[in-house]
Ligand binder design. Structure first.
Ligand SMILES: C[S@@+](CC[C@H](N)C(=O)[O-])C[C@H]1O[C@@H](n2cnc3c(N)ncnc32)[C@H](O)[C@@H]1O
Length: 246
């Protein structure tokens, strides 16, 4: 057999043309990772983040995955990094759930808020809804005992019905509502209140000092229930109710 012909080195093609963008992306990536470490560390018990904890967070790939998904869908992600542990705890403390009831988390991302909810709720009471399939896979690996539904939060009632769930106690939303059109906001809130009890409410966190949705136009009332400085950016937690449910 003749000796195999030697392959010529690859031509510098379109890849070379993208190099400056890749460099810029790396810089942005490092920036995001840094904020992520600060955000996750900000609420570490004892006030500071240990090196071991930082290493664990990096190893888990949570911040990196989140940032990559943000690069892919900035509007749909709404944030560069996962929420802090302190924000997760603030939301968990504002959520209502009794034995045998269900709490739904919309837009679970990499599970930063889920982690806080899990500290207070039995794992089988939590149902997560996430649109992004790669985040869904991450969540299923991270929380094998919880239910993770892949789908659009604006179709909540049918997603839950497919799981045999008709009523839920609290809806927690991490959806970037300020980026979304009014019709999406209306669909999410209508679907949520359709499965909530009379005195049920939706908890929504935001980075705005004002309510992230036009509550009056949506026929709702909003109450600012938590303000969390130890999150990048600082966050507010809102409770939405239907006036007739009070
Ligand atoms: C601001 S991130 C919040 C992630 C996480 N809860 C946290 O606080 O770190 C918003 C999340 O909502 C998800 N999302 C956006 N639109 C959605 C939709 N229509 N249905 C379900 N999830 C959606 C995004 O993929 C993203 O994971």
């Amino acid at each position: 057999m003749p000796p195999a012909a030697r392959q010529p080195p690859p031509e510098p093609g379109p890849r070379a043309a993208h190099r400056p963008i890749v460099k810029g992306t790396r810089l942005a990536y490092l920036f995001g990772a840094l904020i992520g470490v600060v955000n996750n560390g900000a609420a570490h018990p004892g006030g500071g983040r240990t090196l071991a904890a930082s290493a664990r967070a990096r190893a888990s790939g949570e911040t990196e995955l989140f940032f990559k998904r943000w690069l892919n869908r900035p509007k749909g992600m709404g944030s560069v990094v996962p929420s802090s542990r302190m924000l997760a705890r603030a939301i968990a403390s504002a959520a209502a759930c009794r034995e045998g009831e269900v709490v739904v988390e919309l837009g679970a991302g990499t599970g930063a808020i889920t982690r806080g909810l899990m500290e207070r709720l039995p794992p089988d009471s939590l149902v997560m809804v996430e649109l992004d399939p790669s985040l869904v896979s991450f969540l299923r690996q991270r929380f094998p005992e919880a239910r993770v539904l892949q789908g659009d939060a604006s179709q909540l009632a049918s997603l839950l019905a497919a799981e045999g769930i008709e009523r839920v106690r609290t809806v927690v939303s991490g959806l970037p509502m300020v980026n979304m059109p009014l019709e999406f906001q209306r669909a999410v809130l209508d679907q949520s209140f359709a499965v909530l009890p009379e005195d049920g409410f939706v908890l929504q966190y935001s980075y705005s000092p004002i309510a992230p949705i036009p509550v009056a136009r949506l026929g709702l009332e909003a109450e600012l229930v938590r303000y969390v400085l130890r999150n990048i950016p600082p966050a507010t937690v809102w409770r939405f109710t239907r006036p007739t449910h009070r």
